[in-house]
Design a protein around this ligand. Structure first.
Ligand SMILES: Cc1cc2nc3c(=O)[nH]c(=O)nc-3n(C[C@H](O)[C@H](O)[C@H](O)COP(=O)(O)O)c2cc1C
Ligand SMILES: O=C(O)C(=O)c1ccccc1
Length: 356
C-alpha cells in the first residue's frame, strides 16, 4: 500500500476497514454535528498572512509545556477505547507518540491501564504521558485513580470539565452502540467497583460536580493540572483561581454540546482572559499543518489531535499513528517556512486574517 499523505486519506482508510458502528463512534459528533463541522470550517475561514525575505534558514518546533517537553507543539488529545481501532490499543499509540517525541494524553477510558501506557512510551524511548481524568463525585475514587496515574509516572493530570452528562451522538443511538465488545474494559477503573462483583467500575459523569471538586483534586496532587473543555473566558479565569496550571480550549471534538462555537473561534477571548498566566492549548478540527499554525498564531502554546490518531491506528496500527504525527509535523514545518518564521513562538495574531 502506498503511504497515505494526508489526514483526510487516513479518515477514508479508517472508514474502509472499521466496523461502521465503531467508525461512527469515532468520527461522529453530538446531535446535528454542527459543532463537529464548525471546528474544521472555522479554520478554513481564517487565512494566513506570510512575511517574506526574513533570512530564516532553520526552523525548530521544539516545545516546552508545564514540566514536559515535546519535539513539536502537536500532542495527542485523550480519546477512549483505542483497542476498538487496533489490537494493541493504547500501547500502539504510546509507541507512536514516543517515536514522534511528543506528549500522549492517555484517557481515563483507555483500554490499557495507565501504568502499561507509560511503560510502553518509556520502552520506546521517551515522550511524556499525561493522564486525563473525569472527576468522580466520590473523592476517594478520584484519589485512587490519580494515585495510580502518579505511581505510573504521568507528568500532568488533564481534567475534562465539559461532560456533566454523556454527549448524545445520534449515530451511536441509531447504531445501538452502548457497550464495549467482550474482552475490552476501562482498565483504569479495574478493582474500584463498590460492588465486589463489578470488577470494573464504570466512569461516572455527574452534573453535581463543582469547583469544590477541582479544589479537592488540587489538594491531593502536586502534578500540574490542565483544565480541558472550558469555552467561556470567565471559566478559564476561574480555573486558574482554582489552581489550574494550563487551560485547554476544547468542545470535545463536537461530541458534547452541539451548537457551541468552533474552538479556534473561542480561543482569542480565552487567551485574552488568561493573559499569559498559564499556557493555553486547543483541540478540535485540526487536520493540516496550516490549521496548527493558525491556532498557534492566535495564542495557543500547543494543539491536540483526537480523531486523526484514531484513524491512523485503525488504518495501520502504530505505524499509522506515527505517519499521522509525521504528516502534521512536516506540514507545520513547511508552513512556518512559507510564513517566514523560525519557530512557533514567533507567530502572533499578525499572521492571521479573517476572510471577509
Ligand atoms: C472517539 C473519541 C473519544 C474521546 N474520548 C474522550 C475522553 O475519554 N476524554 C476526553 O477528555 N476527551 C475525549 N475525546 C475528545 C478529545 O480529547 C478531543 O477533545 C477531540 O477529539 C478533538 O477534536 P478532533 O477529534 O477534531 O481532533 C474523545 C474524542 C473522540 C473522537
Ligand atoms: O466518547 C467520548 O467522547 C468520551 O468522552 C467518553 C466518555 C466516557 C467513556 C467513554 C468515552
Amino acid at each position: 500500500m502506498n503511504t497515505l499523505i494526508t489526514i483526510r486519506e487516513y479518515e477514508t482508510a479508517a472508514r474502509a476497514v472499521l466496523d461502521p458502528v465503531h467508525f461512527d463512534y469515532v468520527s461522529g459528533g453530538a446531535r446535528d454535528e454542527v459543532t463537529l463541522r464548525e471546528n474544521e470550517a472555522a479554520y478554513a475561514r481564517l487565512a494566513l498572512l506570510p512575511r517574506v525575505l526574513r533570512g530564516n534558514p532553520k526552523r525548530t518546533l521544539e516545545t516546552r509545556l508545564l514540566n514536559s517537553r515535546a519535539s513539536m507543539p502537536i500532542i495527542l488529545s485523550p480519546t477512549a477505547f483505542h483497542k476498538l481501532m487496533t489490537g494493541d490499543g493504547e500501547l500502539a499509540t504510546a509507541r507512536a507518540a514516543a517515536a514522534a517525541d511528543t506528549i500522549m494524553i492517555t484517557g481515563m477510558a483507555a483500554t490499557v491501564a495507565v501504568a502499561d501506557v507509560v511503560a510502553a512510551a518509556r520502552a520506546a524511548g521517551g515522550g511524556d504521558v499525561w493522564f486525563q481524568l473525569y472527576l468522580q463525585t466520590r473523592n476517594d475514587i478520584t484519589a485512587e485513580i490519580v494515585s495510580r496515574a502518579t505511581d505510573a509516572g504521568v507528568t500532568a493530570v488533564v481534567v475534562t470539565v465539559d461532560s456533566p452528562v454523556l454527549g448524545a451522538g445520534d449515530r451511536n443511538i441509531r447504531n445501538g452502540f452502548t457497550d464495549l465488545p467482550p474482552g475490552l474494559a476501562c482498565e483504569n477503573l479495574r478493582g474500584l467497583g463498590g460492588d465486589p462483583t463489578d470488577r470494573v467500575r464504570s466512569i461516572e459523569l455527574s452534573a453535581e460536580l463543582s469547583w469544590e471538586h477541582l479544589d479537592r483534586l488540587r489538594a491531593l496532587t502536586e502534578l500540574p493540572i490542565v483544565l480541558k473543555g472550558t469555552a467561556h473566558p470567565d471559566d478559564a479565569r476561574l480555573g486558574i483561581e482554582h489552581g489550574a496550571d494550563a487551560i485547554m480550549v476544547s468542545n470535545h471534538g463536537g461530541r458534547q454540546l452541539d451548537g457551541i462555537p468552533a474552538t479556534v473561534d473561542l480561543l482569542p477571548d480565552v487567551v485574552a482572559a488568561v493573559d499569559g498566566r498559564v499556557p493555553v492549548l486547543v483541540d478540535g478540527g485540526i487536520r493540516r499543518g496550516t490549521d496548527v499554525a493558525k491556532a498557534l498564531a492566535l495564542g495557543a502554546s500547543a494543539i491536540g489531535i483526537g480523531r486523526p490518531i484514531m484513524w491512523g491506528l485503525a488504518a495501520a496500527g502504530e505505524q499509522g499513528a506515527r505517519n499521522v504525527l509525521e504528516i502534521l509535523r512536516s506540514e507545520l514545518d513547511h508552513t512556518l517556512a512559507l510564513l517566514g518564521v523560525e519557530s512557533p513562538a514567533e507567530l502572533g495574531s499578525d499572521w492571521v486574517v479573517t476572510k471577509p
